[in-house]
Ligand binder design. Structure first.
Ligand code: FMN
Length: 374
């Protein structure tokens, strides 16, 4: 995702939507896109194994995250350069999310100043969380400057991306000749993104000591995004380095051949226990996928490309329509599974891709008197 600058730049979208070049950047994945595809198919390999006659009288999609209750268990994932998708870019996306109770994680590489997004989102009464994603480019003092800007503006957490020390444009983006204009708006960068040879990128790579340094100075809760290995999750918790973890492989945009996040999630949930909430992203394409993620132990999810598609094809109204549909579908799915709230979704409701003996699934369902239907 490191921008390259060139005169033959990918311009902001025409009224007909993003160009093929911009779409290649926005929707592409690393390598042969094995991880990108695996992310999508892994959620769908699970099937439900519900009990009947256990329909709850009420169903809510609300969740608790970092000490507050929010209307829905999802946030827009941080995504760079959304001006490529729609003229209203991150601002249009954030407003539509806020109006529908979805959270927003604004990217360091957003094309709108972080303060402008916060001013639009924070007054929305039914909004979800507002977090800022940090790529720690440049000197540590520059990172802190952006973190302080986010805190002053009213952001509620910093999401530190830890899975992309080295980034290249995807093969599709390269083949399409994708490049950003030299004057592309990047109002939230702490410093210019590292570029040049691999050796130059390696010198700038984030390490655990840097996370500890930031943790001590960050005035907001710190969320680590991009953890896949249970040992990393355990270390982050043991060392007190974060307030939440996002299981992510960057939507298959960085290292191809990583496991689907649906497969990584259960091990991380187990290694973290109740210490911090675990979130997940990658390949979630429907509310049914989200229900699987919640049943596997995610407290909430982040969604990327479906929102880009909605924004590019129908603007902020398209994003709002997507969230409304997902909200209805999630509550309907939960009702059919006998779950009154997301926290009631449980692995015992799932049959895993490797077939297990259903008679060994847990049998505990709370006993309840029959509720007459009115
Ligand atoms: C166009 C695009 C730009 C992205 N930019 C960022 C970014 O700036 N920072 C970041 O941490 N992740 C970034 N990501 C990764 C997303 O935050 C998220 O992990 C991923 O998109 C989730 O997978 P999904 O698109 O299948 O939902 C980007 C993803 C896309 C598609």
């Amino acid at each position: 995702m490191t921008p390259t600058t060139a005169p033959h730049a990918a311009a902001a979208p025409a009224p007909s939507g993003p160009s093929a070049t911009a779409r290649a950047y926005l929707l592409g994945g690393a390598g042969e896109q094995r991880t990108l595809q695996a992310n999508v198919t892994a959620w769908r390999a699970f099937t439900w194994w519900p009990r009947v006659l256990a329909t709850p009288p009420h169903v809510t999609a609300t969740v608790e995250l970092l000490g507050r209750r929010w209307p829905a268990p999802w946030l827009a994932a941080p995504m760079a350069h959304l001006l490529l998708a729609h003229p209203q870019a991150e601002l249009g996306l954030a407003l539509a999310c806020a109006a529908q109770g979805a959270g927003v994680v604004l990217s360091t590489q957003a094309t709108v100043p972080l303060e402008r997004v916060a001013r639009a989102v924070l007054p929305e009464p039914a909004r979800g969380p507002l977090w800022f994603q940090l790529y720690p480019y440049g000197e540590p003092t520059a990172w802190l400057h952006v973190v302080d800007r986010a805190a002053q503006a009213g952001y509620e957490a910093i999401v530190l991306t830890v899975d992309a020390p080295v980034q290249w444009a995807s093969p599709q983006a390269r083949a399409a000749g994708f490049a950003l204009p030299a004057d592309w708006p990047q109002p939230n960068l702490p410093a210019s993104a590292p570029h040049g040879t691999l050796d130059a990128l390696l010198r700038c790579a984030l390490r655990w000591d840097d996370v500890a340094w930031l943790r001590q100075r960050c005035p907001l809760p710190l969320v680590l995004k991009g953890i896949l290995h249970p040992a990393d999750a355990r270390h982050a918790c043991d060392a007190g380095l974060c307030d939440a973890i996002i299981v992510s492989n960057h939507g298959g945009r960085v290292l191809d051949g990583l496991p689907a996040t649906a497969l990584a999630l259960p091990g991380i949930v187990q290694s973290v226990g109740e210490r911090v909430p675990v979130l997940v992203d990658g390949g979630l394409r429907s509310a049914a996928d989200v229900a699987v993620a919640l049943a596997l132990g995610a407290r909430a999810v982040l969604v990327g490309r479906p929102l880009i598609e909605a924004l590019a094809s129908a603007g902020p109204a398209g994003v709002a329509a997507l969230w409304r549909q997902w909200h209805d579908e999630l509550r309907g799915t939960m009702a059919l599974l006998g779950c009154a709230e997301p926290a009631a979704l449980h692995p015992n409701l799932l049959r895993s891709p490797a077939p297990t003996d259903p008679s060994k699934a847990a049998t505990s369902q709370p006993e309840r008197s029959p509720t007459p239907c009115t």
